[in-house]
Design a binder for this molecule. Structure first.
Ligand code: PGA
Length: 252
């Protein structure tokens, strides 16, 4: 399986700016064998950006998904709506959703279930904050976030799962983790997932991504890590040259 590069545009671009950047992506990134490129624009831009990517190898992701299938959830966007718009993936539990939108473990579980019901592969985001890191609690935080997200997700282990390890202290700060640290994170997640399901499930169905201040300068060291199956990039994905450079370094 090749590696995966996900651009998270967050709430940064107007519809026109999203369209323009999508066109630049298709121009510059059309030939990326062994690297799957995925873009997560904001909801109102999914349709138009999806249209730009239509006959390309670039796939769409949503930045979030609703906790329920349909009904009285004002402002919600359901997994089946996202599937209709050709989203192949959805981020779930991004730290900004947890922090600013009060997303709880229970909501994250429900979102995972919604994704699987609609045929969307979730990208479950986990990560410790600076305080937890300095208190040496990284592993405990990750174990808790992972176990509580996966509890009651009945469709596993028969589906693919992407896990994005995004230390909160590294997101948008320029502080980047040592790439070798990913080996320890990989071992930890493998131990947890193997105990919940099986080692085979982890090896064959789970992919581990790193996110947090990835740039054209540091991307190479992450791509070189065997434990890293992909990268989740926000700030550096908004600028075509840096994103192309990150992608090019990810090609085998
Ligand atoms: P960043 O954000 O690349 O701007 O650090 C990553 C993310 O939040 O997904």
């Amino acid at each position: 399986m090749g590696k995966i590069l996900i651009a998270n545009w967050k709430m940064n671009l107007s519809e026109q700016a999203s369209y323009d950047l999508a066109r630049q992506y298709t121009k510059e990134l059309h030939d990326q064998p062994d690297l799957e490129i995925v873009v997560a624009p904001s909801f109102p831009c999914l349709y138009r950006v999806g249209h730009v990517f239509k006959d390309t190898e670039i796939h769409l992701a949503a930045q979030d998904v609703a906790i329920a299938e349909k009904g009285a959830y004002t402002g919600g966007v359901s997994a089946s709506m996202l599937a209709e718009l050709d989203c192949r993936y959805s981020l779930v539990g991004h730290s900004e959703r947890r922090q600013y939108f009060g997303e709880t473990d229970e909501m994250i579980q429900r979102k995972l279930n919604q994704c699987y019901a609609a045929g969307i592969t979730p990208v479950l985001c986990i990560g410790e904050n600076a305080l937890e890191k300095s208190a040496g609690q990284r592993d405990a935080v990750l174990a808790h976030q992972l176990k509580s997200a996966l509890e009651n997700v009945m469709t596993l282990p028969n589906n693919h799962l992407l896990i994005a390890y995004e230390p909160i202290w590294a997101i948008g700060t320029g502080n980047v983790m040592e790439s070798e640290e990913m080996q320890a994170v990989d071992r930890l997640l493998k131990r947890i997932i193997s105990s919940l399901y099986s080692e085979k499930f982890y090896d064959e169905f789970v992919r581990l991504l790193y996110g947090g201040s990835v740039s054209s300068i540091n991307a190479g060291s992450f791509w070189a890590e065997e434990s890293v199956d992909g990268l989740l990039v926000a700030s550096a994905s908004l600028e075509i040259d840096s994103f192309v450079s990150i992608a090019e370094q990810g090609r085998k």
